[in-house]
Design a protein around this ligand. Structure first.
Ligand code: ZN
Length: 138
C-alpha cells in the first residue's frame, strides 16, 4: 500500500531515542490515530545540532518523523523553516513545493489517504512548535 521507503523508515526509524541535553522538547499527539511523538532538539547558533524523536504511532507518523529528522539534522533553522512549509504545501496538493529533499516526496502518496495526512504532518507540527519556542528564547 505504501512506498518501500516509508515501510523501511517505519521499521528502522532513524534518530529514534532521547537526547541527553535537549534545548527544546515538544510532545504532539494525533488522537484520531493514536500517534504520539516526543521531539527533542538541540539548537545552537541557528543550527539544529541534534534532533531525536521517541513515542509511538502508525507507520506513516513514525516514518515521517524519521525522514524529517534526517532532513533537518545539522541544518540551519532557516533551511528547516523552508522544508517545513514545503512539506505542508506538498500534502495540501501544491505542485510548487520548493527545494524539498527527494526522499520526502514519497509522502505524496499519503494524499490518497486523507485520514493519514494528519499522521504525516504530526512530526512536522511538533517541529513548527519547537521552532516557535526557539524564537521566543532569543
Ligand atoms: Zn497515524
Amino acid at each position: 500500500m505504501y512506498e518501500k521507503l516509508i515501510i523501511d523508515h517505519s521499521k528502522n526509524p532513524r534518530n529514534f531515542g532521547e537526547l541527553a541535553d535537549p534545548s527544546i522538547e515538544v510532545v504532539e499527539e494525533n488522537p484520531v490515530c493514536g500517534d504520539l511523538i516526543k521531539l527533542q532538539l538541540r539548537i545552537k547558533n541557528g543550527i539544529i545540532q541534534e534532533i531525536k524523536f521517541s513515542g509511538h504511532g502508525c507507520a506513516i507518523s513514525v516514518s515521517s518523523a524519521s525522514m524529517m529528522t534526517e532532513a533537518t539534522n545539522g541544518k540551519s533553522v532557516a533551511t528547516v523553516r523552508t522544508r517545513l512549509s514545503g512539506f505542508n504545501s506538498m500534502l495540501q496538493g501544491d505542485s510548487n513545493v520548493g527545494s524539498l529533499p527527494g526522499d520526502l516526496a514519497v509522502f505524496r502518496v499519503v494524499r490518497k489517504f486523507p485520514v493519514r495526512i494528519k499522521c504525516a504532518l504530526l512530526p512536522w507540527s511538533a517541529l513548527r512548535r519547537a521552532l516557535e519556542m526557539h524564537h521566543e528564547e532569543r
